[in-house]
Ligand binder design. Structure first.
Ligand SMILES: Cc1ncc(COP(=O)(O)O)c(C=O)c1O
Length: 394
């Protein structure tokens, strides 16, 4: 019996593969330090836990609720969006989803027809192309250059434009590079897309994790009626709430209407207790986010400095999220026995030095690795010292 032709070529999440290998070594008692984490290493804020305890006693939350999300949460999303993101969205134009991931998949399912092409600047977060494929679309990878800090240009996009181009994936700050577009760079791309009638899916999961004050506006600050813009956001990264699984889609009536229909069959509502947790996080402001941000910024500066100090490594200036994405291609050219790719270099570093990084191939970029600095200061220092010792000895 055959399985789905449409979906049988979906690749599993590559960031999970390295975590699994690292976990196995840890179980064997090895002193593994993981730089693979795509999540903050801080606890969820205490007030969230308190509010959830109370809510769990409330029988209302033990039942199905509205597909689009609890009204209190949608109102809070609308309020905080206006306050932090600088554009207005009605609470009726919000769908609460099971994390940003589901928001992305549901958005593509709402936008795409078979064969529609979606422009995805590379290096890209590993889920985008797969979510496009699951939705029947065609991912079109747009290569960017290290020299431009991996920021996509109009020229690079124009080269990949066809009659089938339906949408552009936009993410700033970026996973995996940590790079943030300036206002001018972002506006140039938005205008290019809108003039060509292309949807922008703007992934704003890292909007609060921006250092050095450099930030990019959301496309919704220009496309105020969401004619060609869909925003995806959530509580995972900014409030250290990855496990609670709450994200959301902001869009026009048509996109939101269809997203709700899809969600009504896929999951019904998101777990009410998790929605209360997200409400509590938003209601209590950004104090805990800002605390976390301070720690991340210190580690970011440290990591950038350490990479700069390792021979033959170049690293783009990361000013957002909690990742850096160094060029390690010098070490994937046969200098080390059996190492001729970043996957093999990451395997070698893990097996020999017990440090786990995610190879660039996972993000469509051989010759690089992703280093998350969402780990303790001690581990960061010890792990990057091991890396320096390993590579400087070659
Ligand atoms: C760029 C980006 N978007 C979306 C997500 C999804 O976040 P979640 O599904 O945990 O809300 C992630 C998670 O790693 C991410 O890095």
């Amino acid at each position: 019996m055959e399985i789905s032709k449409l979906n049988k070529n979906i690749t599993p999440s590559g960031t999970m593969a390295i975590s699994n290998k690292a976990r196995l070594l840890k179980e064997q008692g090895k002193p593994v330090i993981g730089f693979g984490a795509g999540e903050p290493d801080f606890p969820t804020p205490a007030h969230v836990i308190e509010d959830v305890k109370i809510a769990s006693e409330n029988p209302t939350y033990h039942k199905y609720s509205a597909v689009g999300g609890l009204k209190i949460l949608r109102d809070e999303i609308s309020r905080t969006t206006a306050e932090y993101s600088n554009f207005e969205v009605d609470a009726d134009n919000v769908v609460v989803t099971n994390g940003g991931k589901q928001a992305i998949l549901t958005t593509f399912m709402s936008l795409l027809d078979p064969g529609d092409e979606v422009l995805i600047p590379s290096p890209y977060w590993t889920t985008y192309p797969e979510a496009v494929k699951i939705s029947g679309g065609q991912p079109v990878i747009v290569d960017t250059s290290f020299e431009n800090d991996f920021k996509v240009t109009v020229k690079e996009l124009e080269n990949k434009l066809t009659e089938k181009t339906k949408a552009l994936v936009w993410v700033s700050p970026s996973n995996p590079t940590g790079v943030v577009y300036s206002k001018e760079e972002a506006l140039e791309i938005y205008n290019w897309a809108f003039e060509r009638d292309i949807w922008i899916l703007s992934d704003e999961l890292y909007e609060h994790l921006v250092y050095e004050g450099i930030t990019s506006p959301s496309p919704a600050t220009i496309d105020k009626d969401f004619e060609k813009t869909v925003i995806v956001n959530g509580v995972a990264k900014a409030y250290s709430m990855t496990g609670w699984r709450v994200g959301w889609i902001l869009g026009n009536d048509k996109v939101i209407g269809l997203s709700k229909k899809i969600q009504s069959h896929a999951t019904s509502n998101v777990a009410n207790i998790s929605q209360v947790a997200a409400y509590s996080a938003l209601k209590n402001g950004l104090d805990s986010t800002n605390e976390m941000k301070k720690a991340f910024n210190k580690r970011r500066e440290y990591a950038l400095k350490q990479f700069d100090n390792i021979n033959n490594i170049k690293v783009p200036k990361a000013t957002g999220a909690f990742y850096v994405f160094p060029d390690i291609s010098h070490y994937t050219k046969g200098l080390i026995e059996n190492v001729s790719s970043s996957i093999e270099l990451c395997d070698w570093l893990l097996e020999k030095y017990f440090i786990a990084f995610v190879p660039g191939e996972v993000f469509g970029k051989e010759g690089f690795l992703r280093c998350s600095y969402a780990l303790s200061d001690n581990d960061l220092e010890e792990g990057l010292t091991r890396l320096k010792d390993a590579l400087d000895s070659i």
